[in-house]
Design a protein around this ligand. Structure first.
Ligand code: PLP
Length: 230
């Protein structure tokens, strides 16, 4: 049985998502939930699966690999959302089906080189809109360069953009700007991009602004699993 905490938080979150879709005149099912399970135990993930969640985001590789192995039978989609060290690319390339934090060509090449799973690795280019030195990501110009490089790599499937905004950035303005870039890149490269369908933006505090700007995937940890103590 799911913990009452998790099921009531999930119900509240689902209501927020529905309300935000309605306010933005979007289809209620046009936004996917990525459950950010970093620091949370496998038992809690199993409970989330019982509530219908299938996509999970992890930041810390060692911890993630243990959980992925532990929950192998459940056929979940695992998304890597942490900073990527290039010496970890071999593990990341095969343990996950998505990498949302791609921000440099060397890492793209290594993920491509090491991916041995038959299906390509889905990747999102991380955009650092506010040039915040505390997080990864490329600026708008470099997003296009990086996309061109990814297009030449057969084991990577570019699916869209991901962003984390600085606290000081107005979230409506910031998310709209990344959504615009997502559209502009699609217009320019449409014939090479059969599946450019994902815009991953919005976390616990600001999913409404992200959904309003066109997010197709929100990444929620705290408002789903509770505060992280570590
Ligand atoms: C931790 C994390 C989240 C979830 O943040 P919450 O505020 O706990 O919802 C989303 N995206 C990334 C990249 C994260 O590292």
């Amino acid at each position: 049985m799911p913990m009452p905490d998790l099921s009531s938080r999930h119900a509240l979150l689902s209501e927020r998502i529905q309300a935000a879709c309605k306010a933005a005149q979007r289809e209620p099912n046009s936004v996917e939930l990525l459950a950010v399970s970093k620091t949370k135990p496998p038992g809690l993930i199993t409970e989330a699966v019982a509530l219908g969640m299938t996509q999970f985001g992890e930041n810390y590789l060692q911890e993630a690999v243990e959980k992925i192995q532990h929950l192998e039978q459940l056929s979940l989609a695992w998304h890597f959302i942490g900073r990527i060290q290039s010496n970890k690319c071999k593990t990341i390339a095969n343990a996950f089906s998505w990498v949302q934090t791609l921000d440099r060509s060397k890492v793209a090449q290594r993920l491509n080189q090491f991916r041995t799973v038959a299906e390509p690795l889905n990747v999102l280019i991380q955009v650092n809109l506010d040039d915040d030195p505390n997080k990864g990501g490329v600026d708008k110009q470099n997003a296009e360069h990086l996309l061109e490089q990814v297009l030449a790599l057969p084991n990577l499937a570019p699916r869209g953009l991901m962003t984390i905004l600085a606290k000081s950035t107005d979230s409506r303005v910031g998310y709209q700007s990344v959504a615009q870039l997502h559209d502009d890149l699609y217009k320019k490269y449409a014939s090479d991009l059969p599946q450019w369908d994902t815009l991953s933006m919005g976390m616990s505090a600001d999913i409404e602004a992200a959904i309003n700007a066109g997010a197709t995937m929100i990444r929620v940890g705290t408002d789903l699993f509770g505060a992280r103590t570590i």
